[in-house]
Design a protein around this ligand. Structure first.
Ligand code: ADP
Ligand code: MG
Length: 699
């Protein structure tokens, strides 16, 4: 165990800061660092280090860190990379608590830089000195006015303290996000750029923010986790502390690019695993970093959604903006609320019956522009059991600023989020200013407001999940039979599935045509023949699957027509029927644990990519929620005269497979049941194909 000189809260809120390479010239890194510290009112001891100056910014300068006559909590280093090691050694020798290393070109710039970074880390570790970075932009601590950074966002007149805590692997992106937040009037607690994470890493600061009283919401920009196994437990701890966590994870498009032996491995890559773990632990994954910050702001400054799955009210004085906003809802997975009778009755007091519908256009009715009418409508929305939030897409109109200023109070009284969108450009600035003055969030684009609402929806779904009991093992699920390591045959993989109660086709392995005919007669016609070999991944690609063989002659003909490749045997199988084909899969993601997948199955799975992934084991409700998120769901539910399918059977099979994944853990490389045929309600499901790769028992 390393004995650290300083705890994280002192790194973030140092009593004294030494700026190595301090300068009067704000064109230099060290000049900007000291300038921003002074400009934003750093209240602690400021210690410029520069061998060539007696004073900097009117403060006494020291020639080296070793000559500073008082304890230094944090040293900020924005020095040329060639000088870095010596400077860090000096800091270690001088008893500095932590170094924030802005200097780049370390592990971010190839092997030589990485070796230097390792040296720097060794020096720090040996001394118990902490490191932030290298290659970071430092820390903005708005709560304590400690801006330990050279980021240009600190040119802003004022950085507003508030409840958003942020950790970012990109310093430039963090600066940009703070500037986006400030434009919208958001306030921040601490923003930490972790850079190359040589020592302190994203999870350390996530852990810190969870306990930080100034932080109410946490936003993360993640490129790669140093230790993925720490992440999910921290997310659960944040949820228990009532602090929503939002994240953007870079590298989505690269995920799943690697060639894989199973469909599950190619479809449930590490990004899908990350997404699944976030959903399970109640964190909100966003695509767009700017949306993440605005959603964090909404969670910080607006009431939370009462629960997931409620509808929205859209209200404004422009028919055009209300209707186009409503049109965009389905694409964001959102819907208009169904107004209760009490809400309708209230609305009728202010407008003709013909206007009493959502979205609500207040422009065309007599008294619609009166403040009383607007307030009454808003209040009735917020008392409606099916309206979780209100979207107000304001267009140009007289007295915009005064009208906008009504909403903060209405939102506060109503206790539900109001997403105010100032859709106009410069002419809307007075309204924006009024909202900033009232400390109320606003958005500039309707699409952003809907993306934010989707994030709020995910946050509230995550909160609801926290109350669920742990998954329970269904009767007859396991234990696993003894199996060889490596790639299993279809028959072996099916025996594993069957041991957990997943229904599989009956089948017999035959070595010649006579045996195949005898097996077919025992199973009952029609049958399927499959040439099987451990070496073959996709049987039908090679013409090895012969379906729907009605009699002995057809079996003989199919046997003779099998391609001439080395086979372990020919599997004779009952011919199963179903209305839809699903893929069920399982794998183990290092750091994240066992996962299951369900999707539209058959030979086109990789083309359709209609899949959902979740951590194993599952509750039946989790399995059903995954099915509902599939594009295939309307087919399962029954469309256009087609019967509703046996969703309960699919849920049961998925839950059972999830226990295989949970029990085998890291032994399970991957497993596919593709397809499982699903019949109409009451007809059940059956896996007609299975494959798996596992590490042997002793692995
Ligand atoms: P592979 O995936 O290795 O190409 P499968 O065993 O999945 O081979 O067979 C290919 C397709 O044939 C399946 O997607 C399914 O549509 C159909 N099929 C396979 N076995 C059966 C069976 N026993 N009953 C009905 N259809 C089957
Ligand atoms: Mg298959």
């Amino acid at each position: 165990m390393i004995e650290h000189r300083i705890c994280l809260s002192r790194v973030v809120n140092p009593r004294s800061v030494a700026v190595i390479g301090a300068s009067d010239d704000v064109g230099k890194f060290g000049g900007r660092v000291i300038h921003y510290l002074i400009k934003h009112g750093y209240p602690g001891r400021l210690l410029p280090i520069n061998p060539n100056r007696a004073t900097i910014r009117g403060l006494p300068a020291y020639p080296g860190i070793g000559t500073v006559p008082e304890p230094v909590d944090v040293a900020i280093l924005a020095v040329p990379v060639a000088h870095l090691l010596r400077q860090v050694e000096d800091c270690a020798a001088a008893g500095v608590g932590a170094c924030i290393i802005i200097t780049g070109k370390l592990a971010d710039a190839g092997a030589e830089g990485a070796a230097l970074q390792d040296r720097v880390l060794e020096v720090a570790r040996a001394a118990g000195m902490r490191l932030v970075g290298p290659n970071c932009l430092g820390i903005f601590n708005m709560t304590d006015a400690a801006m330990l950074s050279s980021s240009l966002v600190l040119e802003a007149e004022r950085v507003k303290p508030g409840g958003i805590g942020m950790v970012s692997q990109s310093g430039a992106l963090m600066g940009t996000l703070v500037s986006v937040g400030l434009h919208h009037g958001a306030g921040f607690s601490r923003c930490i750029s972790v850079g190359n994470q040589a020592d302190l890493e994203l999870c350390d600061f996530l852990d810190f923010l969870i306990d930080d009283p100034a932080t109410r919401v946490i936003a993360l920009y993640i490129e790669g986790l140093k230790d993925p196994a720490r992440f999910a437990p921290l997310l659960r701890r944040a949820r228990a502390a009532g602090k929503p966590v939002l994240c953007v994870k870079a590298g989505r498009s690269a995920a799943g690019a690697q060639a894989a032996r199973s469909h599950t491995a190619s479809l449930a890559g590490s990004f899908a695993a990350f997404e699944a773990v976030c959903r399970e632990a109640g964190a909100v994954l966003c695509d767009d970093p700017a949306v993440m910050v605005q959603a964090a702001d909404a969670l910080d400054r607006l009431p939370r959604l009462p629960r997931a799955g409620m509808g929205l009210a859209v209200i404004a004085s422009s028919g055009g903006s209300t209707v186009t906003t409503a049109d965009m809802l389905p694409a964001h997975g959102l819907r208009l609320g169904e107004m209760a009778e009490a809400t309708r009755a209230e609305l009728r007091r202010w407008m003709p019956e013909s206007h009493v519908h959502l979205p609500l256009d207040t422009g065309s009715f007599d008294d619609g522009t009166s403040e009383d009418g607007l307030s009454a409508c808003m209040r009735s929305f917020m008392a409606d059991p099916d309206i979780g939030a209100v979207v107000v897409p304001m267009t140009t109109q007289p007295a915009m600023a005064a009208r906008a200023a009504l909403f903060p109070e209405l939102c506060r009284q109503g206790g539900r989020p109001v997403l105010f969108v100032m859709t106009a450009a410069e002419v809307g600035d007075a309204a924006r200013q009024a909202l900033r003055a009232a400390d109320f969030p606003f958005l500039d684009r309707v699409a952003d407001s809907l993306a934010v609402l989707r994030a709020l929806e995910a946050e509230s779904a995550g909160r609801d999940r926290a109350a669920l009991p742990p998954p329970e093992r269904p009767p007859g699920a396991g234990p696993a039979p003894a199996l060889p390591g490596g790639a299993l045959t279809e028959a072996e993989a099916k025996s594993l599935a069957a041991a957990y109660g997943v229904p599989v086709t009956r089948g017999v392995l035959a070595q010649d045509a006579d045996a195949a005919v005898a097996a077919a007669e025992a199973i009952g016609f029609p049958v399927v023949l499959k040439g099987v070999s451990r070496a073959v991944v996709h049987k039908s690609d090679l013409g090895l699957v012969k379906l729907n063989l009605a009699d002995a002659a057809a079996v003989r003909a199919a046997f003779a027509a099998l391609p001439d490749i080395p086979l372990d045997g020919v599997l004779v199988q009952e011919m199963a029927r179903g209305e839809a084909e699903l893929i069920l899969g399982a794998r183990h993601e290092p750091g994240f644990g066992p996962l299951v997948l369900v999707g539209t199955g058959g030979v086109l799975v990789e083309v359709l990519r209609d899949v959902q992934v979740a951590p194993a084991p599952l509750r039946p409700a989790d399995a059903e929620a995954m099915l509902r998120r599939l594009a295939l769901w309307p087919v399962l539910a029954g469309v256009r005269g087609r019967p509703a399918l046996d969703v309960a059977a699919a849920v049961d099979a998925l839950v059972r497979l999830s226990w295989i994944a949970a029990d085998l853990g890291p032994r399970l490389v991957e497993m596919d049941l593709n397809p499982i045929l699903l019949r109409a309600v009451g007809g059940g499901a059956v896996a007609v194909d299975a494959r798996a790769t596992i590490h042997g028992d002793d692995a």
